[in-house]
Design a protein around this ligand. Structure first.
Ligand SMILES: NC(=O)c1ccc[n+]([C@@H]2O[C@H](COP(=O)([O-])OP(=O)(O)OC[C@H]3O[C@@H](n4cnc5c(N)ncnc54)[C@H](OP(=O)(O)O)[C@@H]3O)[C@@H](O)[C@H]2O)c1
Length: 316
C-alpha cells in the first residue's frame, strides 16, 4: 500500500509517498508503529483486523498543525513513520459488530503517541476510535472533522460552560476555533471571536459569534466567563474574575488563575456526537483545498502558509 512516510525531520521535502507493507493480519491488543514496516509488500495472508479492530481503506484525510510539527520537529514516534491523524474511509474488514464491511467511517488516531498514522491506504485501528461518517457529507468533507472536532468538544467540556456563560474563542476562524464557536452556540452560550485578519470576521459571525475582532486591543477587559485559546495569544486581560481559561495551543499559558491546557484524547464517542450534529444540520465543516496524495508536499506548503478559511484535504 502507499503511505506518506518521513525518514527524517525537516521541511515538506522530507515527505515521501511510497509503498510499504499492508498492516499485519493479526495484532496484539495495542497496535503500534511496529505494525508497519518499510518492507515491500509480499505474498501471504490478506491483511485483516485483530480482535476489537477495524481495517479501513482510506479515502481522505485532512491536515492539522500537529502533522507539520511532527514532520518538522523531533517529536512523535521513531522514524521512519507514517504521518496523519484524520481518517475518513470505508471498512474493508472488521472484527467489531458495530462496523460492517462497506461502512463509511471516520476516526482520529493519536499518531504522535501511538505511531499509527492515517496517511496510508489501509489503516487498522481499535474500534473505540471509530464512528460512522456523517451521511450528509462526502468522505472528503468528513475527513476535516475528527481531530479538530474532538479537540473542540473536549476543550469546551473542560471549560464547564453553562448557557449564561460569555465565551471568547481565539483563532475562531481556524479548524478547532470554528467548530468550537458553533458547538458553544449549540449549547446556548454567547460567543465572541478573535481572528487573525479582517477577511475572517464574517465567517465566524456566520457560525453564530456575536462580536468578532482581529485586534486583541479591542477585546473588552474582564468581560468573559471563559476563554478558549486556539491561537496561542494571551487574552487573559479579557477574562473576568473567577473565569476559566483553556488553551489547546503550544504557547505557554498566560499567568491567569486557573489557566490550563487541554490535550485531545481519541474518542469514537465524541466523534459520534459530532456526526449527529452535522447530520442534523447544526454543525458546518469547511474545505479550503483538496490535494491528491502525490502532492502532499504542496498540501503542507499551502497549509503552513496560513490564512485559510477551511481545511486542506488529502485525497487517496
Ligand atoms: N492540545 C491539543 O490536543 C490540540 C489539538 C488540536 C490542535 N491543537 C493546536 O491548536 C492550535 C489550533 O489548531 P487548528 O487546527 O485550529 O489550527 P488552524 O486551523 O491553523 O487555526 C488556527 C487559527 O488561529 C489563527 N491565528 C493565528 N494567530 C492568531 C492571532 N494572533 N489572533 C487570532 N487568530 C490567530 C489562524 O489564522 P491565520 O491562519 O490567518 O494565521 C487560524 O485561523 C494549533 O496550535 C494546534 O497545534 C492542539
Amino acid at each position: 500500500m502507499r503511505a506518506v512516510r518521513i525518514d527524517a525531520h525537516g521541511g515538506p521535502e522530507v515527505l515521501t509517498v511510497r509503498e510499504i507493507a499492508d498492516p499485519e493480519p493479526e495484532s496484539g491488543p495495542t497496535p503500534d508503529a511496529s505494525a508497519e514496516s518499510d518492507a515491500e509488500p509480499g505474498p501471504g495472508a490478506e491483511p485483516g483486523p485483530g480482535a476489537g479492530e477495524v481495517l479501513v481503506r482510506t479515502v481522505a484525510s485532512s491536515l492539522n498543525p500537529v502533522d507539520w510539527k511532527t514532520r518538522a520537529w523531533d517529536v512523535g514516534p521513531a522514524l521512519p513513520a507514517t504521518l496523519g491523524w484524520d481518517l475518513a474511509g470505508i471498512v474493508v474488514a472488521s472484527s467489531a459488530p458495530q462496523f460492517a464491511v462497506g461502512d463509511r467511517v471516520i476516526a482520529m488516531s493519536a499518531q504522535i503517541a501511538t505511531g499509527l498514522g492515517t496517511w496510508a491506504e489501509l489503516v487498522r485501528l481499535p474500534v473505540r476510535l471509530l464512528a460512522h461518517a456523517p451521511k450528509t457529507l462526502t468522505l472528503a468533507e468528513a475527513a476535516t472533522l475528527p481531530l479538530a472536532g474532538t479537540t473542540a468538544v473536549q476543550a469546551l467540556a473542560a471549560l464547564r460552560l453553562e448557557s449564561r456563560t460569555r465565551l471568547l474563542v481565539t483563532g475562531a476562524a481556524g479548524a478547532v476555533g470554528g467548530l468550537a464557536v458553533q458547538l458553544a452556540r449549540q449549547a446556548g452560550v454567547s460567543v465572541d471571536g478573535l481572528v487573525s485578519r479582517p477577511e475572517h470576521v464574517e465567517v465566524v459571525r456566520e457560525f453564530g459569534a456575536s462580536t468578532v475582532t482581529y485586534s486583541v486591543a479591542e477585546l473588552p477587559q474582564g468581560a468573559y466567563d471563559a476563554v478558549l485559546d486556539t491561537a496561542g495569544v494571551d487574552v487573559s486581560r479579557a477574562l473576568g474574575d473567577g473565569g476559566s481559561y483553556i488553551s489547546v495551543s503550544d504557547a505557554p499559558l498566560p499567568d491567569a488563575p486557573g489557566a490550563a491546557k487541554s490535550y485531545v484524547q481519541e474518542s469514537g464517542k465524541d466523534l459520534t456526537e459530532l456526526v449527529g450534529l452535522v447530520d442534523a444540520g447544526r454543525l458546518k465543516v469547511r474545505v479550503a483545498a483538496h490535494y491528491p496524495l502525490s502532492e502532499v508536499r504542496a498540501a503542507h506548503e499551502r497549509f503552513e502558509a496560513g490564512g485559510l478559511s477551511g481545511k486542506v484535504v488529502l485525497l487517496f
